[in-house]
Ligand binder design. Structure first.
Ligand code: ADP
Ligand code: ZN
Length: 742
């Protein structure tokens, strides 16, 4: 039946669904998921159809104006997913839709790239060319080339090839000798690259068992549980993904592979494109570095069914694949799966829900699973597959803990590079092996203090100290980007007593370069990698052995394979530990384990030096012994005692404003209302200043809620917020399952 009425949500925030009628001429082409243009107030607006209706009780219903694009952009399943997200993450459906549909797809004009093609207007004989040669030699030259074309050629390409200009071409068109026409062409971000075909490797026993578990889930997805694939780095997880996808594709089903943005390296893409090289177009890649045009084309390729495999970062979980068979979430513990703006969703959790809706298999893989996923595996919600061995049965690296308290007693400089770590680096340089030094902090000095009055240079907009960057010789705030010149004297007391304190990667680099003047040292962090190609170039020269020591932030911590790296130094393991966050310990454990996974992937076994002031903290000790089970056990006990996830869900409400008093008052009022209106089973904290009290000029207050029935809690929070009027300059955000507690 053709719909005569439809229900839509429009792209603007009105928090309501609206009904429209559909003119008979358009009715056949409208369905759930279509994009339409509708009259709204006295303007028109773009909207997405969420339902078709036989009748509507809206009075004076207005007709839609037009249909946008040819095909529906969102399936009924994805719409269901969007509604779930809206309820779970306490977020308006319009906002969810904005994440679901890329901007370039929501636009009214469909953005295929058009290119001008050239061909002869008719048969051109030699005489005509000769005649033209006398009067217009360049035109003649171009005409000669065009006359010989076997197929129409893109104008730009032709002009490049002949080194002639557009004017010459236009002249030939004017003479009626040459024709131009426009054609849509598809951009392929990897179109220039060749991928070497690879075949399935023969799996070892553990891998075979894991693949069987996934294959079972592919066979009977309705009754299957998500599979948690816990395998140490280098245990062959990616090989299992590749074979599982192969199996899905052979069943005529499609697959999504999510990887954290930082692991979406050319290497990763190459591995997937290479395994499915028989149909290179079948693998689409979605990430944040695509141009709008590329994103449009990749998305259309997926929506039309030409691409069957999608590999991408967080938002690729919404890829509009039909007949989805398998979703893989690699490095499922990664924080980058959590979106830190509305909708504040976690792609792993959305993947699990999408798998349920689409009735497909889902695999979560990691060397260091999150407590949440591991707990789910323990309680039987997920199936656990474990790979305990590296594929080459190589040893796990030896972890050496360096107690910085003792080192410091020996000499002051030891805080950056202990004697032991220095010795190990010297040894590697001698053997021509490579070293990675890791520190999760950019810049040269992390604060500028006055030794007379004790005053630090803080950001005027945020409650953090400014970091000194030596290469630009300025102070800068890592939160808001504010920069300032380095004062000569202390602005507070006027004394010439300023000292730099704390250190970041820039200082590590310069210290290393100073200690080892002959070594090739390179730094890899957000400051040194501002050019798009810099990242790739640095990794290539590192792989080629042109760099001896690579210093970097989390950019180098994950997912990279370097056979010649035999030493990893963790400059300060305590950075994450002291954050006011219940996941601090978990993060430290994951980080140490992941960074350690970079060492000793080649012939020589690896060694890891962990520098710390708290050598006996559990995360460091368990990581040292590669003892996952032991770590999980004690961390789970701690979480249970404190009613933290995974035992209770959390919701973090942030109330912020440029007016401190108004933010505080609003937060306190909200807390009082929540106390009255929430069911008593939920745990409610008082409104407190956030650990990061001031950010980008705004004062921030936190309210933390916890409970088991997260959907109910979300709904009650939404209802409370809807009933409360907040002053205009007060912003309230709700983060369900928060990862940022600052
Ligand atoms: P992970 O994803 O767990 O880090 P990979 O899948 O990248 O592990 O495997 C590590 C290396 O071992 C890769 O070079 C891969 O090609 C190789 N490999 C994986 N499985 C096998 C296997 N069954 N036989 C031989 N080599 C394998
Ligand atoms: Zn700032």
């Amino acid at each position: 039946m053709k719909p005569s009425y439809i229900r839509v949500i429009i792209d603007r925030m009105i928090h309501r669904e609206l009904d429209y009628s559909v003119p008979e001429t358009l009715a056949a082409r409208v369905g759930v998921g279509s994009r339409v243009r509708v009259p709204f107030r006295d303007k028109s607006a773009l909207a997405t159809v969420v339902a078709t209706l036989e009748q509507s009780d809206v009075e004076a219903i207005r007709p839609i104006e037009a249909i946008v694009g040819d095909a529906p952009v969102i399936s009924a399943n994805l719409l269901e997913l969007a509604k779930w997200m809206s309820a779970y993450y306490c977020c308006p459906l319009e906002t969810v839709m904005r994440s679901l549909l890329p901007q370039v797809i929501r636009k009214a004009k469909i953005g295929w790239k058009k290119q001008l093609f050239v061909q002869p207007a008719r048969k051109i004989d030699n005489k005509e060319v000769e005649k033209l040669k006398k009067r217009a030699p360049r035109q003649a030259e171009l005409l000669e080339t065009i006359a010989k074309l076997e197929a129409p050629m893109p104008a730009a390409q032709l002009l490049r090839k002949t080194s002639l200009d557009n004017q010459t071409l236009r002249a030939l068109v004017k003479r009626g000798l040459v024709q131009l026409h426009e054609e849509a062409v598809e951009r392929d971000p990897h179109g220039d690259e060749k991928f070497i075909e690879t075949i399935n490797l023969e799996l070892n026993a553990e891998q075979a068992i894991a693949l069987k578990q996934i294959a079972d889930a592919l066979e009977a997805p309705e009754s299957a549980h998500p599979v948690l694939l816990h395998g140490v780095t280098g245990s062959g997880k990616t090989e299992i993904y590749l074979q599982a996808i192969r199996a899905a594709v052979e069943h005529e089903r499609s697959a999504i592979v999510l990887v954290p943005e930082i692991s979406l390296t050319p290497q990763t893409v190459e591995r997937f494109k290479g395994r499915f090289a028989e149909a290179p177009g079948a693998v689409a890649v979605l990430h944040s570095h695509l141009s709008e045009g590329e994103r449009h084309d990749e998305w259309q390729k997926i929506n039309s069914g030409r691409a069957r495999i999608v590999i991408g970062a967080r938002s690729a979980v919404f890829a509009p694949l039909k007949n989805l068979g398998l979703i893989i979430v690699d490095e499922e513990h990664e924080n980058t799966y959590k979106q830190e703006e509305a909708p504040r969703y976690h792609a792993r959790d959305v993947a699990v829900v999408r798998a349920k809706i689409d009735k497909c298999a889902v695999v979560l893989g990691s060397a260091t699973p999150s407590l949440e996923s591991y707990h789910n595996a323990m309680t039987g919600k997920y199936k656990l597959a474990t790979l305990t061995q590296r594929v080459d049965t190589r040893q796990m690296p030896l972890m050496r803990i360096v107690d910085l308290r003792q080192e410091r007693r020996k000499e002051k400089a030891a805080a950056i590079l202990s004697e032991k770590l220095r010795g190990a680096i010297a040894d590697r340089l001698e053997k021509r092996e490579q070293t990675i030094l890791f520190l999760n902090r950019r810049g040269f000095s992390t604060s500028l203090l006055c030794s007379n009055c004790g005053e630090a240079r803080d950001c005027p907009n945020c409650s953090v100290a400014l970091t000194f960057h030596r290469h630009v010789a300025r102070l800068s705030c890592h939160l808001c980007g504010h920069t300032a010149a380095v004062p000569k004297k202390c602005p507070a007391c006027g004394k010439d007593a300023l000292i730099f304190a704390g250190f970041g990667t820039e200082k590590v680099e310069s210290t290393v370069a100073h200690l080892f003047p002959k070594a090739a040292v390179r730094r890899m962090d957000a400051d040194s990698m501002t050019r798009k190609e810099a990242y790739r170039e640095t990794l290539l020269s590192f792989r080629a052995g042109k760099i001896d020591i690579l210093v970097g932030t989390q950019m180098i911590a994950k997912g990279l394979h370097f056979p010649n790296v035999t030493l990893v130094g963790i400059i300060n393991a305590d950075l994450a530990l002291h954050l006011p966050d219940f996941r601090a310990g978990e993060r430290t454990f994951q980080l140490l384990t992941q960074v350690a996974g970079r060492a000793g992937r080649g012939e020589t076994p690896g060694e890891v030096f962990v520098q710390t002031y708290t050598p006996f903290s559990p995360s460091i000790q368990f990581a040292r012994h590669h003892d996952f089970a032991g770590y999980f056990q004690q961390e789970l006990e701690f979480r249970e005692r404190c009613d933290f996830p995974p035992f209770k869900h959390a919701i973090l409400i942030t109330v912020r404003s440029t007016h401190e008093e108004r933010a505080k008052f609003s937060a306190e009022t909200l807390t009082r209302r929540l106390k009255e209106w929430l069911e008593p089973e939920f745990i409610l904290s008082e409104a407190t200043p956030a650990p990061l009290e001031k950010l980008q000029g705004q004062f921030r207050f936190h309210i933390l809620l916890r409970g088991n029935a997260i959907m109910r809690l979300s709904r009650q929070v939404r209802e409370t917020l809807d009933k409360l009027p907040f002053p205009e300059d007060v912003i309230v955000t709700v983060d369900v399952d928060p990862y940022q507690l600052l």
